[in-house]
Write a protein that binds this ligand. Structure first.
Ligand SMILES: C[S@@+](CC[C@H](N)C(=O)[O-])C[C@H]1O[C@@H](n2cnc3c(N)ncnc32)[C@H](O)[C@@H]1O
Length: 208
């Protein structure tokens, strides 16, 4: 197992504390969760990538037809399975950069707080575009560096082995997505908490 994957597997049991930490992240997470729900509808079949222990999965499942919860760490999926998630949820271990789903399969892909910690986020976007149906949406909130508190928290986390591969601001994150062939259809920066989250919804660029 590579170092990055083994870091996340070792973190699986304690990852929930990160959002439990009240002021540390709870506000930003609950705002993100509400925004994800607003962009879903009951007819949608949804793929959640890099779901971790499934912090957002329950709310996603309540707002769609069917949800596949995935992460590349089996330990994260084991934690997600322990949650009392609705019956429209299935689970799988899946690497976002190498998906086994067919082309044009999902109405929406949710990838939350994960693209910046992947060594090859462009590859993940290629896969997301491939598995999305025509007109499907990618909901991709991601931690970005809008305030100094983030640098402090990131520095502390890096001391414990956490790796950030893309140090984006909202604007550079948005530019990255556009370069990968995504059209941003909704964006907001969730601030006022210890973490800032760039909340972005995208569609594939239409082929000419
Ligand atoms: C910061 S956590 C985010 C978890 C959850 N989405 C959230 O917002 O709380 C990042 C997650 O990405 C997963 N991950 C990292 N690289 C991945 C990859 N290439 N494919 C799938 N999951 C990946 C890690 O195992 C970890 O669970």
């Amino acid at each position: 197992m590579d170092d990055n994957k083994s870091f996340w597997s070792r973190t699986a049991r304690i990852y929930g504390w990160f959002t439990w930490g009240g002021k540390a992240a709870k506000g930003a997470y609950s705002e993100t969760e509400s925004k994800i729900a607003e962009h879903l509808s009951k007819e949608m079949n949804v793929l959640e990538l890099a779901a971790g222990p499934g912090i957002f999965s329950g709310r996603i499942a309540e707002n769609c037809n069917a949800l596949e919860v995935t992460d590349f760490s089996p330990e994260m999926i084991a934690q997600a399975r322990k949650k009392a998630l609705p019956p429209n949820v299935t689970f799988a271990v899946a690497d976002a950069t190498n998906l086994r789903y067919g082309d044009d399969t999902f109405d929406a892909v949710v990838i939350a707080n994960a693209l910046h910690i992947m060594p090859d986020p462009a590859r993940a976007i290629e896969e997301i575009k491939r598995v999305l149906k025509d007109g499907g949406i990618m909901i991709a909130p991601t931690f970005t560096r809008e305030n100094i508190r983030y640098y402090l928290v990131e520095w502390l986390m890096e001391a414990f082995g956490f790796k950030t591969f893309s140090r984006w601001t909202h604007q550079t994150y948005r530019d990255f997505l556009q370069r990968q062939g995504m059209t941003v259809s909704y964006e907001a920066v969730i601030t006022g908490h210890n973490f800032s989250i760039s909340f972005v919804v995208c569609r594939r660029h239409q082929e000419a």
